[in-house]
Design a protein around this ligand. Structure first.
Ligand code: SAH
Ligand code: SF4
Ligand code: F3S
Length: 461
C-alpha cells in the first residue's frame, strides 16, 4: 500500500456515488487510483481538496440530483477560495460531456467511466489548465489493465466487475450509450482479483456487469468459458463462501449457468432477473428479445435446478404505448412468478433513446397509478416471502454488529438483512440463525445452537 505520508501532502477526497453497483465498484477503484497521490477519504465537502460525483443517467431524476449537488458544491468551493478540484464522473459525464461545464463552469474535470485510470494525469492537468479537462472518449486500451490492484481492507461482502457495457439497446435505456459496447474481462484477471479480495477479508463476492451473464472469455484451460464455468472456478477459492452475480438478462441465461445453480452450493439461491414488462407487445417495443412466457419458462427451469431459488426483478411502468391490458399482463406475470424482492420505476424518457420519441407517451397520472399498483403487489410478495422464512434455521453470513448492543447483522442466502441476538466478533462467519419474525424489509432471529463458527468448507468439486 502506498503511504500518503512523507513527501506527498495529505489531501482529502470526497466521492459521492449514485446509480448501480458498478458505480460503487468504480468509486472504490477511483479512490485506489488517487491514494498514491496523497488523497485520503473524507465525508465533509467543506474540507475536501477534491470532490468526485460519480453519477447515474438512467432516469431524469438521477441526473437532476447531480446538478443540484453541483450547486451546493459551488458554495463550498467558493468558501475555500476556489481551492477544490471538482470532478464529474460516471454516466452523466459520459452522456453530457462539455454540457456539464457549460451549465456548471466551476467543474474542473468531466470523465466518463472508461477513463478512471487516467485520473491522476487529469488532476495534474486540471491544476495547470485554465479551463476544464474533459475525457469522455472510449479509449481503446483497457482501463482494467491500468487500474491499480485494490489494497484496501474489504468488508465481508465485496463487488467485482467482470463485464461492462451493453449491446442490447432496449428502447428506453441509456446504458449502451454511456457504457459503450459489451466487454468481458479475462477469466485469469477475474480469478486473481477474487483471490485478492478473499485474502483481504471478503467471504462473499458479487460479480457485476450491466449484462453480467453475457460474460464470456478464454479460460485458463484455453477453452471458451461462459459465466457458469467462471462461477464454478471461483467457488473453488478457499475461504470464498458465497457467490452472487448481477445484473442478468433473460436472453443470456444459458443451460450451463442454470445448471450451475443446482450443482454449485456457493452460488446463492437468489437471482436478480429483470423482466421490465409482462406484455409481449411492450416487450417487443422494448426490444427485449423475449416474451412473457419465455420468462416464465426460464423461471421454471431455474427453480427446477434450484428449488429454493428466490427471484428479484425490475419493472417499468408506463413505457410508451402501454395500454391498460398491457399493464394487466405485467400484473399477471408478477402474480404468476412471485418475487422475493423487486425494483419498479416510472418510465422516464431519456434523450437519444428510441422510446423517447415513440408515439403514445403515457400521462404522469397513468404512470403514477400503474406504478402504485405494481409496487403494492411487489411489497406484498416481499413481505410474504420474508414471513415464509419464519421458524426456519438459516445460514447467515455475519457482516458486523447490529443496530443494538448485543445484536449482530448479516444476510441470508436470499439476500435478506437479518438482525439477531448473538455474540460479538462473528463478522465473516456463517452461523445458523433461527428466524423469529419476517418484517417487510428484513428478518429478525436468534442464533441457533450449536454454533458452527468455523469458516465454511469450500464445496466439493
Ligand atoms: N443491465 C441492467 C440495466 C440497469 S438499469 C438490466 O438490464 O437490468 C436498471 C433498471 O432501470 C432497468 O432494469 C430498468 O428497469 C430501469 N430503467 C432503465 N431505463 C429506464 C427508464 N428510461 N425509465 C425508467 N426505468 C428505467
Ligand atoms: Fe439497458 Fe437493456 Fe442493456 Fe439492461 S439490457 S443495460 S436495460 S439496454
Ligand atoms: Fe446509472 Fe450508469 Fe449504472 S446510468 S444505473 S450508473 S450504468
Amino acid at each position: 500500500m502506498t503511504e500518503a505520508t512523507g513527501t506527498a501532502p495529505r489531501k482529502r477526497l470526497l466521492i459521492r456515488t449514485w446509480g448501480c453497483q458498478m458505480n460503487v465498484y468504480d468509486s472504490a477503484r477511483m479512490a485506489d487510483v488517487l491514494a498514491p497521490l496523497g488523497y485520503a477519504p473524507t465525508e465533509a465537502a467543506e474540507e475536501a481538496d477534491m470532490v468526485i460525483l460519480n453519477t447515474c443517467h438512467i432516469r431524469e431524476k438521477a441526473t437532476e440530483k447531480v446538478f443540484s449537488d453541483l450547486g451546493r458544491l459551488r458554495e463550498a468551493k467558493q468558501a475555500k477560495g476556489g481551492d477544490m478540484v471538482i470532478a464529474v464522473a460516471g454516466c452523466v459525464a459520459q452522456a453530457e460531456g462539455a454540457e456539464i461545464t457549460a451549465r456548471a463552469p466551476w467543474v474542473d474535470i468531466v470523465l466518463g467511466p472508461q477513463s478512471y485510470h487516467r485520473l491522476p494525469e487529469m488532476v495534474a492537468r486540471a491544476s495547470r489548465a485554465a479551463g476544464a479537462v474533459i475525457e469522455t472518449e472510449f479509449p481503446p486500451e483497457d482501463k482494467f489493465d491500468h487500474l491499480p490492484e485494490t489494497t484496501a481492507p474489504q468488508g465481508v461482502t465485496a463487488f467485482l466487475t467482470v463485464q461492462e457495457g451493453c449491446d442490447k439497446f432496449c428502447s428506453f435505456c441509456v446504458v449502451p450509450y454511456t457504457r459503450g459496447s459489451e466487454y468481458s474481462r479475462p477469466a485469469e484477471a477475474v480469478i486473481a482479483e477474487a483471490k485478492r479480495l478473499v485474502a483481504l477479508g471478503a467471504r462473499e463476492i458479487t460479480l457485476l456487469g450491466q449484462n453480467v451473464n453475457a460474460w464470456h472469455g478464454e479460460g485458463p484451460d484455453g477453452r471458451a468459458w461462459t459465466l457458469g464455468r467462471l462461477l464454478r472456478r471461483l467457488a473453488e477459492i478457499p475461504g470464498l463462501a458465497r457467490l452472487r452475480y448481477t445484473t442478468s438478462h433473460p436472453r443470456d441465461m444459458d443451460d450451463d449457468l442454470i445448471a450451475a445453480h443446482g450443482d454449485t452450493p456457493a452460488i446463492m439461491p437468489f437471482l436478480h432477473l429483470p423482466v421490465q414488462s409482462g406484455s409481449d407487445r411492450i416487450l417487443k417495443m422494448m426490444n427485449r428479445g423475449h416474451t412473457a412466457d419465455d420468462y416464465r419458462r426460464l423461471v421454471d427451469r431455474l427453480r427446477a435446478a434450484r428449488p429454493d431459488l428466490a427471484l428479484s426483478t425490475d419493472i417499468i411502468a408506463g413505457h410508451p404505448g402501454e395500454s391498460d391490458a398491457d399493464h394487466e399482463a405485467t400484473m399477471a406475470l408478477i402474480r404468476d412468478t412471485g418475487f422475493a424482492q423487486a425494483f419498479s420505476f416510472k418510465y422516464s424518457a431519456r434523450p437519444g433513446t428510441p422510446a423517447a420519441t415513440m408515439a403514445g407517451q403515457a400521462a404522469e397520472e397513468v404512470k403514477d397509478s400503474r406504478l402504485a399498483e405494481i409496487q403494492a403487489l411487489l411489497r406484498d410478495q416481499q413481505a410474504e416471502f420474508n414471513r415464509s422464512r419464519g421458524g426456519m434455521v438459516v445460514e447467515v453470513l455475519v457482516t458486523g454488529p447490529g443496530r443494538h448492543p448485543g445484536q449482530m447483522a448479516g444476510r441470508t442466502p436470499w439476500l435478506q438483512p437479518v438482525h439477531f441476538d448473538g455474540l460479538a466478533n462473528l463478522a465473516g462467519r456463517i452461523v445458523p440463525v433461527k428466524i423469529l419474525a419476517g418484517h417487510p424489509n428484513s428478518l429478525s432471529g436468534a442464533m441457533a445452537a450449536p454454533v458452527n463458527t468455523e469458516p465454511r468448507e469450500r464445496p466439493a468439486a
